[in-house]
Design a binder for this molecule. Structure first.
Ligand code: HSE
Length: 318
């Protein structure tokens, strides 16, 4: 039997209100529960044989050939082939733990895990930059345009600022060690493409300046360790005013966060998940209870108290 690998790729929260398309944070539940996609890969079979399991497998296309993980293997094989590298057939199991269209970087997690798995089983021939390029291309196919604010934190871990430069897609920002992020998926699907369509095509100059000022202040605050400035900078002038109507109970959840002393509460990525940042573990747990009681709309929903996943995606030889 050929080599086997398991790959884990964490959930992530893009935007963080202050950095539309330019910030993303990898998430790790503080209670040790799994909040990310997992892939098991081994050499064998013919071509790429994909099996899908896990809590959210039922929300994926019924034909595995339509799954992005299958496509990722094909794209990696093509890329390796173009470099005259041999490509092996592979059997893949995707454990789909993240719901699609949830605002928690579900597609990015599958894409990141798939590219790392495909590379591992083929002898780890890709550079980090090549891996990132392939991940970006695949994520772009799903959401309609290439943005790295889920892929970069999922792959590299921590809080990532998207630079979008050739060979320098993102840079890690220091995050605040005592900040806890409560993330809650209400169980409602919102496609990123649709949530982008409802945004204005152009923004007034004053909004552009506010966005730049707040994001610059936030980045400065992260480097300076200035929690108060970071907290004061977290507000969303780009997406939340237009998207909040897509998320039933968002305004109430935001008020609950404020009542419990949240640093900020906002939409995670393009929704429907929301995030709420706390400095106090008890308040974070209380927010979790509130959201479980009042915000979750059906049995697909869940809520976790998280810290940053500093490690990002990991490959383990088995
Ligand atoms: N930043 C994107 C958006 C979602 O809010 O539309 C995640 O890539």
């Amino acid at each position: 039997m050929g080599q086997r690998f398991s790959v884990y790729a964490p959930a992530s929260s893009a935007n963080l209100s202050v950095g539309f398309d330019l910030l993303g944070l990898a998430l790790r539940p503080v209670d040790g529960s799994v909040l990310g996609d997992e892939i098991l890969i081994e050499q064998g079979g013919s071509g790429c044989e994909l099996m899908v399991e896990g809590r959210y497998a039922g929300l994926l296309p019924p034909d595995p050939a339509d799954n992005i993980v299958h496509e990722a293997y094909g794209l990696c094989a093509e890329f390796l082939g173009a470099k005259c590298e041999p490509v092996v057939p592979a059997r893949i199991t995707l454990r789909k733990n993240l719901p699609v269209c949830s605002g928690l970087g579900s597609s990015a997690a599958s894409v990141v895990a798939a590219v790392l798995a495909a590379d591992a089983v083929n002898g780890s021939k890709l550079s980090r930059a090549e891996q990132m390029t392939l991940m970006g291309q695949l994520e772009g196919k799903i959401s309609g345009s290439i943005h790295y604010d889920n892929v970069a934190p999922c792959f590299l871990g921590g809080l990532q600022l998207i630079l979008g430069l050739d060979g320098r897609v993102s840079e890690r920002l220091p995050f605040f060690s005592d900040w806890l992020i409560v993330v809650c998926f209400p169980g409602i699907k919102i496609s990123t493409a649709k949530a982008r369509e409802i945004l204005p095509r152009e923004y007034p100059r004053a909004t552009a300046i506010t966005y730049a000022r707040q994001l610059a202040a936030f980045v400065h605050a992260c480097h300076a360790g200035d929690e108060a400035l970071a907290a004061a900078s977290i507000s969303d002038v780009i997406a939340e005013p237009y998207r909040e109507i897509l998320i039933p109970g968002f305004a109430e959840a935001k008020r609950a966060g404020a009542r419990l002393g949240a640093v900020a509460t906002g939409i995670s990525g393009s929704g429907s998940s929301i995030f709420s940042i706390f400095r106090n573990a008890e308040a974070a747990q209380e927010m979790k209870r509130c959201l479980e009681r009042d915000f979750i709309a059906n049995e697909d929903g869940f809520c976790h108290v998280c810290g940053p996943d500093e490690q990002g995606a990991r490959v383990t030889p088995l």
